[in-house]
Design a protein around this ligand. Structure first.
Ligand SMILES: [Zn+2]
Length: 231
């Protein structure tokens, strides 16, 4: 038997042993590392977070479990069809989180979970790190709009409440940061906004800001559609 085969055999035996230990209940996989356990928004994201987020997209009950682990005040909304091309299914109305919002907004459950992950693990830490003050409020331009992508004949993710346009933030010390005014440059406000964009790229499927095109000069568009992009 070659060395390579011996190593492979040892790895296989170790995996079988580990599997048996889990099956027999000798060893319990922590929920954060169990791919079948619901996503817990409070836990630090790990290699399985993306998988869990994709899994709950088609499973309303699983999605609600994740949402209930988040620091969100929300109301589940009945499915509706405001327009035949803009179905609203498995959505919630988000009223508040650890932050206040410029207005409550409608969101698909998976967008709401991705937002909660983003706020908890990226947005609020970025404010503390770059601006030295907690965030108290997020301003947005809305989530649901039954329309196409600008200059295209494809429906926007906004048409199903699967996208949010983030415009700015209020800090506990009274400062107000907006994408429109503070994106450019290398001051703490600009560094904060770029950290926010990078954090959004980790949590949402698509994140588009001023670096993408002029239509996004004053907001960060985030969505949970199929098309992955980070600009
Ligand atoms: Zn948008």
């Amino acid at each position: 038997m070659t060395i390579a085969r011996l190593i492979l055999l040892c790895v296989l035996l170790a995996l079988v042993g580990f599997g048996l230990a889990v099956w027999q209940g000798v060893y319990r996989v922590p929920p954060a590392w169990n791919p079948w356990a619901p996503l817990d928004v409070q836990q630090p994201p790990n290699l399985l977070t993306g998988h869990k987020l994709r899994r709950l997209q088609d499973d309303p009950a699983l999605c609600r479990l994740a949402l209930d682990s988040a620091e969100l005040r929300y109301t589940p909304m009945p499915d509706s069809l405001p327009d035949p091309t803009c179905p609203l299914t498995n959505t919630v109305r988000i009223e508040a989180s650890a932050l206040r919002f410029s207005a409550p907004f409608r969101a698909t459950c998976s967008l709401a979970v991705a937002y909660a992950l983003f706020e908890t693990h990226d947005l609020r830490p970025a404010a503390e790190a770059h601006l030295g003050s907690p965030l108290v409020r997020l301003d947005h331009f809305g989530s649901f709009a039954c329309r196409n992508i600008a200059r295209s004949n494809r429906r926007s993710q906004h048409a199903t409440a699967n996208a949010l346009d983030i415009a700015g933030f209020h800090l506990a010390d009274g400062r107000r940061i907006t994408v429109a005014r503070h994106w450019s440059g290398d001051d703490p406000e600009a560094r904060f906004l770029r950290a926010v964009r990078d954090g959004a790229c980790r949590r949402f499927r698509a994140t588009l800001g001023p670096d993408y095109n002029a239509a996004h000069h004053d907001h960060l568009h985030v969505d949970m559609g199929r098309f992955g992009i980070c600009r």
